[in-house]
Write a protein that binds this ligand. Structure first.
Ligand code: UDP
Length: 366
């Protein structure tokens, strides 16, 4: 069978430029996927906010920049909040550019968690697909996703089953996991380092619980990530003794993984139904075992007793006990799991199969 490369147009998140960290895990998902798709010889155009950049090794992808005001993030608005598009918003401009350049492409793949692109799917000729990056944080988004699923379920994919379970879907959804460029993560064997935590510093990420575990063990907790909510961060800082938290800032992947890999254990304490949990897999890729709440994506990523421990959500004492057992985990098993289950090449293949599956159905009807 001859290889048929796809021509794909990707729409980046409308929250911050790619590389800013404001978009959260979706930024790494996009960069890793572009690299994976190029390695498989597919043609990629990325439409992204001004300032966006792709990592090295992606020069074959075309990047089209669009300027405009960021979308407000849904997870920081009430569940019943209405759809909002700011004046001069970047979201409609990203979509309009992607629909224009994607007219002759095989598919346009949207990564922005927003109402407008989902609503447009059945109203445009272009084959518009969506990799949904969050669980349910908005009634407006939930009903639009459920509506699209009823008629064009092949246009939607999710990262994990737990994420997808937030939506009332009439049949099994497409679940694709995520992918990581493993050449960016070095395995580290030493298991005597500090504890680590990473993510956007915002209430849904539950940093306070990880701090409480570190405090009760008298351990240092290294914290990486963008401080989205400075008031919340300062409350946490006040709640513990000096020297427990070491704020490391938001680092580029290369520097992040070097520091991350030196940790003895990585703590993951989501208070929401985490869609996937990139940082969990990044820690494992460096050989760092993870202790996480059994909630959302991380519950599908960690193999109990092999790559870390899952504990009852919000149970700080159980987390503390699990951390004290962490030497039982073989760090090589953590890295091996990522190599088997979450490489960017495998993820790119899954994305291509998903898209090819649906466009072939569509072509059969045209
Ligand atoms: N991250 C980073 N540098 C840091 C800390 C975090 O690049 O110093 C990135 C990390 O690689 C991950 C993202 O921040 O891709 C957080 O994504 P995650 O899926 O864990 O959570 P989200 O922010 O999407 O809720």
């Amino acid at each position: 069978m001859t290889f048929q490369p796809l021509e794909l147009v990707l729409i980046s998140t409308p929250i911050g430029f790619l590389g800013s960290g404001k978009g959260g895990g979706v930024e790494l998902t996009i960069s890793s996927l572009v690299k994976g798709l190029l390695a498989l010889n597919h043609k990629v155009t990325l439409v992204a906010p001004e300032g966006s950049f792709l990592p090295s090794g992606c020069s074959k992808a075309q990047v089209i920049h669009v300027s405009g005001v960021d979308q407000p993030s849904w997870q920081h608005r009430p569940l019943e909040a209405p759809v909002q598009i700011p004046c001069d918003g970047v979201l409609p401009k990203l979509i309009s550019k992607a629909l224009e350049v994607g007219r002759d492409a095989d598919a346009v793949l949207n990564f922005g968690y927003d109402w407008l692109p989902v609503w447009l799917t059945s109203r445009v000729e272009v084959a518009l697909f969506h990799l949904i990056s969050m669980g349910n944080v908005s009634n407006a988004m939930k009903s639009e996703i459920e509506e699209l699923f009823k008629y064009q379920k092949g246009r939607l994919a999710f990262h994990t089953y737990r994420q997808a379970s937030d939506y009332s879907l009439s049949s099994q959804p497409i679940v694709l996991g995520n992918g990581f460029d493993l050449s960016n993560y070095n395995f580290q064997l030493d298991n005597t380092g500090p504890l680590g935590w990473a993510g956007r510093v915002a209430p849904e990420k539950g940093l306070e619980d990880a701090v409480s575990v570190a405090s009760s063990l008298g351990d240092k907790l290294l914290v990486w990530g963008i401080i989205e909510d400075p008031e919340y961060a300062s409350e946490i800082e006040k709640s513990c003794s000096e020297g427990i938290i070491e704020w490391r800032g938001f680092l580029k992947t290369n520097d992040f993984q070097k520091e991350l890999g030196a940790c003895r254990a990585f703590l993951n304490t989501p208070k929401w139904n985490e869609a996937y949990g990139n940082v969990v897999v990044e820690a494992l890729a460096c050989g760092v075992p993870v202790v996480a709440y059994d909630r959302g994506g991380p519950g599908e990523l960690i193999i109990q007793g092999l790559t870390g421990f899952l504990v009852t959500p919000d149970d700080v004492n159980s987390m503390k006990k699990a951390v004290s057992q962490i030497v039982r985990i073989n760090r090589k098993d953590c890295r091996s799991w990522v190599e088997r289950s979450a490489s960017h090449e495998n993820f790119a293949r899954s994305i291509v199969n998903w898209i090819k599956g649906d466009i072939s159905i569509r072509r059969a009807y045209i």
